[in-house]
Design a binder for this molecule. Structure first.
Ligand SMILES: [Zn+2]
Length: 377
């Protein structure tokens, strides 16, 4: 089935790249022209964007660029680029093919942790990535929620065994985008009373309610200690710092760790339901440390499309329109109680934060461009 195929594609992560043809977008600082009569509001980003969180199949460049162009997205960072011999070559080729607009982050192989030579191999993987021109390293939630330590226990996000890998990433000046944990509701009983029941029903394997898993706050504690341990390594906490349910907690790490950034991917439904005045203040305070992202997944088949999450069926054209419209409307409008981008993530509404133009420019694009040294006006 199409959705399964999409997920397989994404999991295989056969994507991205490293050399950098420098494209210079001509109009990247201009607000989108006043909307023509009949063009719906929020039909694309008001300012050029960088999507820091995508999962792109390198064989689907045409579809990916078409989606990016339609939404005013200048660059997309492909977090599914794998590593040398496991997808990286195709991802690098796509970076060239896309004139530098689809940019890969590397991964390491989390299988075999604890075996002799595993740490050295992971370090070597990052060195290969960096020498291929890759600027970032993506760590999936398997660290903390899946990988073992080789001695029959769960591998903690802050396990000291991993320190040499992070220190090498720091020396290589890589940016680390790290997903730790998952929505808080996924750790609560998987029943119709769960607020994420629609999503859990479609994906029972996403539940971490079983006591064999650590609790939501336990993984966050480990993640925060990891970020604080490497003050010169730039971290991006995926999915609103892995804690969209608790902006105060996210804020406390931003305060303590100047090397720390967050992305907005797949969590507008969650942070968008907090008090909009509180969230607006958050975005104004942290306008240099918040980076736009979606968790957009695109494969070669039109049905291979993930908009922050997936349901039983691929998204309809109406759902695609709604996803983007609600995304831009959240950041750009002060509208109250409107539909959020990803209906399967919960039956509630969100309220916009109406950010000023200068803040939109940073969060949508300039922050990421600066962090990754992308050509930007
Ligand atoms: Zn993702």
């Amino acid at each position: 089935m199409a959705v399964k195929r999409a997920r397989r594609l994404l999991i295989l992560g056969l994507v991205l790249v490293g050399c950098h043809p420098r494209e210079r977008p001509a109009d990247a600082s201009a607000r989108t022209a006043p909307r023509a009569p009949g063009v719906p509001a929020y039909s694309r980003a008001a300012f050029p964007a960088v999507d820091i969180h995508t999962h792109f199949d390198p064989a689907a460049t045409t579809r990916e660029l078409a989606m990016m162009d339609a939404q005013n997205i200048r660059y997309a960072i492909n977090l599914s680029a794998g590593w040398a011999g496991h997808g990286l070559e195709a991802a690098l080729a796509q970076q060239t093919e896309s004139a530098g607009r689809i940019v890969p982050f590397c991964m390491i192989d989390w299988r075999g942790v604890g075996a002799d030579g595993w740490v050295a191999a992971a370090v070597a993987t990052l060195e290969q990535c960096a020498s291929a021109g890759v600027r970032g390293w993506k760590i999936p939630k398997v660290l903390g929620l899946g990988a073992g330590d080789g001695h029959g226990h769960r591998l903690h996000v802050d396990d000291p065994m991993l320190d040499p890998i992070f220190e090498r990433a720091s020396a290589l000046n890589l940016v680390v985008l790290i997903h730790s944990g998952d929505p808080r509701a996924f750790f609560e009983p998987n029943t119709p009373a769960n607020e994420r029941w629609d999503e859990l029903r479609a994906h029972p394997a996403w539940s971490f309610a079983d006591p064999m898993y650590p609790r939501w706050t336990e993984i966050l504690d480990e993640f925060e200690r990891r970020v604080l341990r490497h003050p010169r390594l730039r971290f991006i906490g995926a999915h609103f710092g892995n804690a969209a349910e608790d902006p105060d907690r996210v804020e406390s790490l931003l305060v303590r760790a100047p090397n720390y950034f967050i992305d907005t991917s797949a969590r507008i439904p969650e942070f968008g339901r907090h008090d909009p005045a509180r969230m607006r203040a958050f975005f104004l305070r942290w306008q240099d440390r918040v980076i736009f992202g979606t968790d957009l997944g695109i494969g070669t088949d039109p049905s291979d499309l993930m908009l922050g999450s997936t349901g039983e069926q691929p998204p309809t054209p109406e759902e695609i329109t709604r996803f983007w419209r609600s995304t831009w409307r959240y950041f750009e409008s002060n509208d109250r109680a409107f539909e959020h981008p990803t209906p399967i993530q919960g039956r509630w509404t969100i309220s916009g934060v109406g950010l000023p133009d200068g803040v939109l420019r940073k969060i949508y694009g300039a922050n990421a461009a600066h962090l990754l040294n992308l050509a930007w006006p």
